[in-house]
Design a protein around this ligand. Structure first.
Ligand SMILES: [Zn+2]
Length: 120
């Protein structure tokens, strides 16, 4: 039987945000009970994100997925407006829930100077 954990968190790999992500994780996820993926652009590359979620589901039985994009994302470049980030996050959640209706999917947007804001 595979080892199981509660959650998967997917964030951008941008070094400027890792301490904010770490703080959020410490406050909101069970220590040692989550998978963590860092990809340039966060949810920008849907194929990769989708595959990581599929693996986390299949290998570790995660039931909660946290997706985080952020302000001033170089992977998005000029296209990375707050509106675009929110749109991509919501689309990612929609697609994941179509595939895994039992999942809990949480969305966050991180600003350069601070804590993660929930995206409704
Ligand atoms: Zn980024």
């Amino acid at each position: 039987m595979n080892p199981r954990c509660d959650a998967l968190i997917v964030t951008c790999f941008d070094f400027r945000f890792q301490h904010f992500f770490d703080q959020w994780i410490t406050a909101h996820l069970e220590p040692g009970r989550y998978d963590r993926v860092a990809l340039a652009g966060g949810v920008l590359n849907w194929e990769v994100v989708s595959h990581q979620v599929e693996l986390a589901r299949r290998l570790h039985g995660v039931s909660r997925v946290v997706l985080v994009n952020h302000e001033d994302c170089m992977a998005y470049g000029e296209e990375g407006t707050p509106k675009r980030h929110r749109l991509d996050l919501k689309l990612a959640r929609e697609r994941l829930l179509e595939q895994y209706p039992e999942l809990t999917v949480e969305l966050y947007y991180a600003r350069l100077d601070g804590p993660l804001e929930p995206v409704e």
